[in-house]
Design a protein around this ligand. Structure first.
Ligand code: GLY
Ligand code: MN
Ligand code: MN
Length: 495
């Protein structure tokens, strides 16, 4: 099926009761009030997306650039996962959670610059049967789609119906680049046409990969809109953490309390944002030692700590990524506190060095200096802290195998295709936003640590904005010191 035709309804014949008589079709197509349409004002991000397109245009003179939103993904039979447009598409259009599946942004080269056009499946007329008979895309089933004029006004972009994408595909030549991982079918079509044009057997993907890399690198420094969205995502996430603490009694009472934590956070994410920016890690007791514990099937017990790594994604797709490790009963035990304060010291040491001009990798090094010193002081390492920090040793990393920081934005692990020299080895610049998230994890069966440490896992994760002269912890309002965390939990215990 050509990409640009309407998808047929998926087979539901053995349970479908939609009448098929001509009498019914004529009847349901008639007697609808005119749509009361008005065009919205351009959304706030439209101007920012235009500036991003303009920067990209300058980098690719004469090239046709195709940035698909991607298709809905099947979860099972005729049921799809919630649709999420490709992040590069959202970045360049400003269309987030309300994007239409199968849309495509095309930057068509012109004499100078590019003409940007957004192709999408505009709403179907009442003279089609799509609106009542197609459960995947029909208006009766999933709600109305916007018109071409509405989206054009909303995003400040020229829009065309998806059928007209065919004429773009007809022009595809070896001067065309596509974001390959957004839409498999469309990429295959584009590849087929490029092969014909170049009269070769295999597609040279280098140009496509460079486009993806350049977009990742463009996202390293956030614009004003992105920073404001990230602040809002952090504020919503704070409310989600408050909600979880407020529900602790019910959470402790349930045999799968971790699932209740996930559910409570998710309620806030759906109410105040689009969804969660990644699967919530609700890791109580020894589960905290499993870095990406997302099964969340365990109990939450008094006397233990829960590591909650969760972030709310807004309708624009920008997400927070926050971790707090909380003593369920409201007070840290002496050993919990000792580990917690070491991790906090590592986080603070890393934050203290952040300013424009340092290398991104130095942030991790600052955190690791503290982790090595603490674990050496506690007698856990077979060598001194200095020796452990030697790149040839790294004994302390047994207790923290992950990195300390990653960029954050429209993706939780943002800018992932940036070159190493721009990311890990790159210089920190004003407008960058990244996490600082050191941890210490003592596995329940780790024979290198005394019994009292075993099963304790702590991570503290904040979201950091680089400013002209230093840095701002934009999640500092979510309690993180021992007294502040214990005070926060008073809301639950009242003690
Ligand atoms: N939530 C995943 C991470 O912290 O990177
Ligand atoms: Mn993170
Ligand atoms: Mn996280």
């Amino acid at each position: 099926m050509a990409k640009t035709s309407s998808p047929a309804p998926r087979a539901t014949g053995n349970r479908s009761t939609t009448p098929v008589s001509d009498t019914f079709k004529d009847y349901i197509a008639s007697n609808w009030a005119d749509r009361q349409d008005s065009n919205p004002a351009a959304r706030e991000q439209a101007a920012f997306a235009a500036a991003r397109r303009s920067r990209l245009s300058k980098m690719y003179p004469g090239k046709r650039l195709i940035i698909p939103a991607g298709a809905a993904k099947v979860r099972s039979n005729d049921t799809d996962f919630p649709f999420r447009a490709h992040s590069d598409f959202a970045y360049l259009t400003g269309w987030g959670a309300d994007s239409e599946p199968d849309s495509v942004l095309v930057l068509e080269p012109e004499e100078s610059g590019h003409q940007a056009t957004l192709y999408f499946r505009e709403r179907a007329g009442r003279d089609s049967d799509e609106f009542y008979a197609n459960p995947q895309i029909g208006e009766f089933w999933i709600g109305p789609r916007p018109s071409l004029a509405q989206v054009a006004a909303d995003l400040g972009l020229e829009t065309k119906g998806i059928a007209e994408l065919e004429s773009v595909l007809d022009k595809v030549d070896s001067g065309t680049l596509i974001i390959r991982d957004a839409d498999r079918d469309l990429t295959d079509q584009v590849d087929g046409r490029r092969l014909l044009d170049a009269e070769v057997d295999s597609v040279d993907e280098d140009g496509d990969l460079q486009l993806a890399r350049d977009l990742s690198e463009a996202k390293l420094v956030k614009d004003e809109f992105e920073i404001s969205e990230l602040r809002k995502a952090v504020a919503a996430t704070k409310l989600g953490f408050d909600d979880v603490i407020g529900d602790f009694d019910a959470i402790v009472a349930h045999p799968r309390g971790e699932r209740l934590v996930e559910g409570t956070f998710n309620r806030r994410a759906r109410a105040d944002g689009n969804t969660v920016g990644y699967d919530t890690i609700a890791a109580s007791g020894p589960h905290a030692c499993i870095l990406h514990w997302t099964r969340n099937t365990g109990p939450v017990r008094e006397g233990e700590m829960i590591l909650l790594d969760a972030g709310i994604e807004l309708e624009s797709y920008y997400t927070a990524d926050i971790t707090r490790t909380l003593p369920i009963s409201g007070k840290f035990s002496p050993i919990q506190r000792k580990v917690y304060e070491a991790v906090l010291e590592a986080a603070d040491a890393a934050f203290a060095i952040v300013k424009p001009g340092i290398r991104f990798r130095e942030i991790h090094a600052a955190a690791m200096a503290v982790i090595a010193r603490k674990t050496a002081e506690w007698g856990l390492l077979p060598v001194s802290a200095e020796e452990s920090l030697d790149p040839g040793n790294q004994y302390h990393r047994r207790y923290m195998v992950h990195g300390t920081s990653h960029h954050l934005g429209i993706d939780v692990h943002d800018c992932a295709k940036a070159r190493r020299e721009m990311y890990l080895d790159g210089l920190v610049e004003p407008g960058m936003v990244f996490t600082i998230e050191p941890g210490l994890y003592f596995q329940p069966d780790d024979l290198t640590v005394p019994d009292e440490y075993r099963g304790i896992g702590v991570r503290i994760e904040d979201n950091i904005l680089v400013t002209e002269n230093g840095a701002e912890n934009i999640s500092a309002g979510i309690p993180r010191t021992v007294p502040d965390v214990e005070n926060w939990l008073l809301g639950r215990t009242g003690k």
